[in-house]
Ligand binder design. Sequence first.
Ligand SMILES: [Zn+2]
Length: 455
Amino acid sequence: MYNCGPTVYDWQHIGNLYSYIVADVVRRTFEYFGFEVKQVMNITDVGHTVDDVDEAEDKMEIAAKRERKDPLDLAATYTKQFIVDRHKLNILDPEVMPKATDHIPQMIELIQRLLDKGNAYVAADGVYFDITTFPGYGTRLNAEPPDERKAGARVEVNANKRHPFDFALWRAAKPNDLQQWDSPWGRGNPGWHIECSAMSMKYLGETFDIHSGGEDHLFPHHECEIAQSEAATGKRFVDYWMHVRFLRVEGQGMHKSIGNTYLLSQIEEWGYDPLAFRLLALGSGYRKPLDFTRAGMDAAQSRLERWRRTIAAAYTATGGKTTEPEPDFGVRAGFTSALAEDFNTPKALAAAEMALELAGTDDVATRERALWLLFDMDRVFGLSLQESAATKEELTEEARRLVHEREDARRAGDYAKSDRLRVELLERHGIQVKDTKDGTRWERVAPRERDHGRV
Ligand SMILES: [Zn+2]
């Protein structure tokens, strides 16, 4: 799967992050069902004009001048922060995160292919895709035809284009452009759309399964990707397109002018756990806009805390033991069928609530099964439920470090070290570690029992 990645000329707000939470849930769902997923997400660190008006100055350029930085330094800063935010939200890393600036030759090659086939033409200010050579341009994703869509919208009159909707594949460099490369058509920089076609096809082949993006990518970005990719290869480009609806803040769209383009760090400053935002997103479902409100975040935060309390209590009661339930056990089927039904996460959360109820009962065997289910579901939810259960048991920082160090030593086959750490954990911290077929478990032991553990 290919996810349209961020243009790293600014901080990524929670609306951007939301669309990557959805992509993450899709990936995790497929993996949960046993598929092998190769996930690619690009980093756009070049070009990309303001409002997609080809003639305008590009976003990287404006930001670089604003911050008096080299565009690549700027991109590195914002990329780093984006990854930090993703990790806070438990969004798994894609297998490949290609940067546009590393793939200029692939873009040039693709543009050349389009020129050779007669789908593109060289003009005074760059290379354009000729939309009249691709019947159905702009209507492949069941959207209204571009003429209607663009009625009233600005279409810049550009005498260099043969048709007003022709889009730029390559833009000739202007004298002060900070980012420019050599090409067969002179120095310049690539159009935004060609980046995604070139990089997705390089890593996933000329036809691949899933391509995702925000609803704003429907047109022109994804329609342009389809036109130029299929014109070049003569093959179907993508089997499934997925578009995430926007996040709305207190019923309004996000706009810099309103001042509601919130960042994850701001949400944290307000006292919310980033994972409460993830839970809010899971509770919405990707086909309708996510309603971000303070009341909604309060509810998500207390829901998360309630889950953690219940799980921690059950975890303590079972001594950290979980048991895989029978396939027909209560809520299990409800969870899998919800996900199989177009990634219906609100319904999947409802199944988790039922498991949580079971985790809150007095019967230890039921609790063990409920815990197993919750941790299993969390492979898709990504709410760190297992970690929060263990944390509530109050393992000290030092003990946690030793447990991990011992696990690493054991995995590496350094049994002398792992034994030494096991004894240290027992004697100094009262923690008994056990190696089971499901991995390492630990539990607290009463002081008088500790001698039995010493070998
Ligand atoms: Zn893209």
